[in-house]
Design a protein around this ligand. Sequence first.
Ligand SMILES: *Cc1c(COP(=O)(O)O)cnc(C)c1O
Length: 386
Amino acid sequence: MTEHQKTATLLTHVSANPEKYDGVVNVPVHRASTIVFKTYEDYTAKPLPPFVYGRCGTPSSAAFEQAISALEGAAGSVTTCSGLSAIVTAITAFAGSGDHALIPDNVYGPNRNFCQKMLSHCGVEVEFYDPLTSDIGKQFRKNTKVLFIEAPGSLTFEVCDIGAFVKAAKAANVTTVMDNSWGSPLLFKPLEHGIDVSVMSCTKYISGHSDAMLGVVSGTEETYHKVKATAMALGICAGSEELYIGLRGLRTLHVRLKEHESRGLEMARWLEKQPAVKRVLYPPLPGCPGHENWKKYFKGACSTFSIVLHESDKGKYARMLNGLKLFRMGASWGGYESLCLPDQPSASRTATQWTEKGLLLRMHVGFEDIEDLKSDLSEGFKRLAG
Ligand SMILES: *Cc1c(COP(=O)(O)O)cnc(C)c1O
């Protein structure tokens, strides 16, 4: 309870500085490329002043990064133009030519694409691993530099044994990088669990309104500076408007997440009872692979999960999807509106096999009336049954 109060208070006031902005509560949008210096001495001072050029940081990025660092317990954070660019920055900071990187087989698709198409071409040996392995250490090699973790994994929501992974990585001097977009970080704080680098797509629950692309990487004393230097070398920075949206989203994150969690649970349990649904892949439910790990490590759940239908006939499930009125088909999640996205994970597995033949639907439960949402899906299941 006290912990909740602390987080709520932090989210409400972190980074706010009304005194600096004539009493205006929110940190203004700083649109900046050029930042001028008064004198030659200022321009050549060491250390440099905090803001020297828009790409390298502004009061807008500093405010958002300070807030994320406080939430994550990080030495520092670096904002980027998207979740994917945050991933790219974090991985390339710690893996280079001749190194070996371990990537989970259930990793976010565009991350897999980056690793296969770009990272491999830069001379990094990319190996995909089974996220449910009980012995990650046996996959470490002499040149393993990065162990990437995503929990729960994209689409199929397996939760790996984060603690065991961290322990093995520490013993082998391997840097752990975790995609914590689902954990937000109110539900899970990677750095507190010994992970070296935490990455989030703030496009999702943090922005919360489906209107911004934003990413962030947070690091420890040992990892942060390398991440910042890599972002600077790659020319990666976030837009000023998006930083404003991200900070505004943080103010209500705890309230929205609580609501998302109760709706997610209600909808997932209801879906479990629907005859058309074969499986519900939602970490709080015992049927989800890695449920025990979720219980061990996470403080709660958001409203993003998947279901697997019995139906594998495209014509039939297209009929179901085409008539949905509230669950719209679209990428992303974490906004105010409900979404469902058809997918087939078997196409993107290399270390493990996805053997379900039925359609997988990635669901995001938004803030519509829950009974309206259920009847939207009920009607859909009727169309599915023909
Ligand atoms: C959406 C997503 C990303 C990428 O974020 P963008 O902001 O869309 O680039 C990364 N990881 C996970 C798990 C995601 O769901």
